[in-house]
Design a protein. Structure first.
Lengths: 91, 323
């Protein structure tokens, strides 16, 4: 029952995610305009974790339904893909 | 540090990866503001609009379900030790789990419905409920925090210890908690400086922390490369002394070749707000010493200002009273 409820809610979260608002460069000019598109291209779990942790400042522990290690993996892979999409290489 | 090339640009930046975190945080705040300001969630979505269902409320719905069911699961596991028989324990435990999960789902649906009918994220709930801040436009109402639209009237900026009173006309809107924006993209801001870029063109890696005094900021602005800054003119507002400087782009310079296509002057103390030099008007910066604490009033326009807008902005600035 717990898993069913969790998966139901998570699926709803993911299904709705791919449409994100455009970056308003007049208000936040230092943000790459392609950021929204790059986020949309992430997998559901990667987008879920990256947006909760980095856009909305949740801690890794607050991202429930996955182990902390799993959250970290999705966060790392999501951020790596964002960097790749936005043309920034790791140093 | 690492470098990269932004898509669609022929300019190579030194782009630190830490900057991506700042960008994501700023983008999240934009989404939160959109959600707080959205008047009609049922309107036809556009490409630039917010998502049909905001990430945070959706996740909070899921979080509610998960938290309640997790609590129930733990409770059901503990309860049997206090009950009489294993079979009875299993029946009661399973029944409790099922019942409370249904209750959680019902609560979740209610909350989700509320979120789709205009509820705001918690950090911006005040902005989503105009009546929550009391009558707008009355003396004592915060200019920086509140609904998107600024009603005509008197407002206060109280972030610098000493209150700053401002009289606003109609047609202006709040700008990300740091100022207001009006016609022709004229802006009036009250920033708290975190750092000043030593180079306003190749600014991304050049942020340098600025000291707390009026002189610290004046010197940092005057030393900034890639922009022209006038000599500081002494200024006194209601007995509080300071300086006024005008920062502009060098004649003939092409700011489209700068990082991100614009010149940036400073970074706000929270790391999320960067002001920049638009192509329309110079940036006027008033730096005042309010009983030992530095206050900054900055104004400019991103679009060429009409005469009426110029007069309006001037009237707003002239209306400022301190103390």
């Amino acid at each position: 029952m717990f898993a069913a409820g969790r998966n139901w809610a998570r699926d709803r979260f993911r299904r709705q995610a791919p449409r994100l608002p455009a970056v308003r460069t007049t208000e936040i000019p230092w943000v790459e305009p392609g950021l929204a598109g790059a986020l949309e291209r992430l997998s559901g779990r990667q987008r879920e974790v990256v947006m909760l942790v980095h856009c909305f400042e949740w801690t890794l522990a607050e991202v429930l339904g996955m182990s902390k290690g799993s959250v970290q993996v999705h966060e790392r892979r999501g951020m790596a893909r964002l960097r790749r999409d936005l043309g920034c290489s790791d140093g | 540090m690492s470098g990269g090339v932004w898509p669609g640009s022929d300019v190579i930046w030194g782009a630190p990866m830490a900057d991506l975190h700042d960008q994501l945080r700023a983008y999240g705040r934009q989404i939160e503001r959109d959600l707080a300001d959205r008047p009609q969630p049922t309107e036809t979505p556009t490409d630039s609009g917010p998502p049909a269902r905001p990430p945070r409320p959706r996740h909070r719905t899921w979080l509610l379900v998960a938290a309640v069911t997790a609590t129930v699961a733990v409770t059901a596991a503990v309860l049997p030790t206090a009950l009489r028989s294993e079979e009875e324990n299993m029946r009661k435990g399973s029944g409790a789990v099922l019942g409370l999960c249904l209750l959680a789902a019902a609560c979740s649906s209610t909350q989700d419905t509320a979120s789709t009918t205009g509820s705001a994220p918690p950090r911006t709930s005040a902005a989503a409920t105009p009546s929550a801040t009391g009558p707008t436009g009355s003396a004592g109402t915060s200019l920086l925090d509140g609904p998107d639209a600024v009603e005509p009237g008197s407002y206060v900026v109280d972030k610098f210890g000493t209150p700053i009173q401002v009289t606003m006309p109609s047609g202006w809107h709040r700008l990300g908690g740091v100022g207001v924006k009006g016609p022709d993209e004229a802006v009036l801001t009250f920033p708290e400086f975190g750092s000043v870029y030593t180079d306003s063109c190749n600014w991304i890696d050049s942020g340098a922390p600025v000291g707390p005094t009026v002189d610290d900021l004046v010197q940092a602005l005057r030393a900034q490369q890639g922009s022209q800054t006038t000599d500081p003119q002494p200024l006194t507002v209601d007995g509080f002394a300071g300086y006024e400087l005008v920062v502009s782009k060098p004649d003939g310079s092409d700011f489209t070749k700068c990082y991100g296509g614009q010149r940036s002057v400073w970074k706000d103390a929270d790391g999320a707000i960067t002001d920049f030099l638009g192509s329309a008007t110079p940036l006027t910066v008033r730096v005042l010493d309010l009983a030992g604490r530095r206050a900054v009033i900055a104004f400019m326009s991103y679009q060429p200002m009409s005469a009426s807008t110029e007069a309006e902005l001037s009237a707003i600035v002239d209306s400022i009273r301190i103390g």
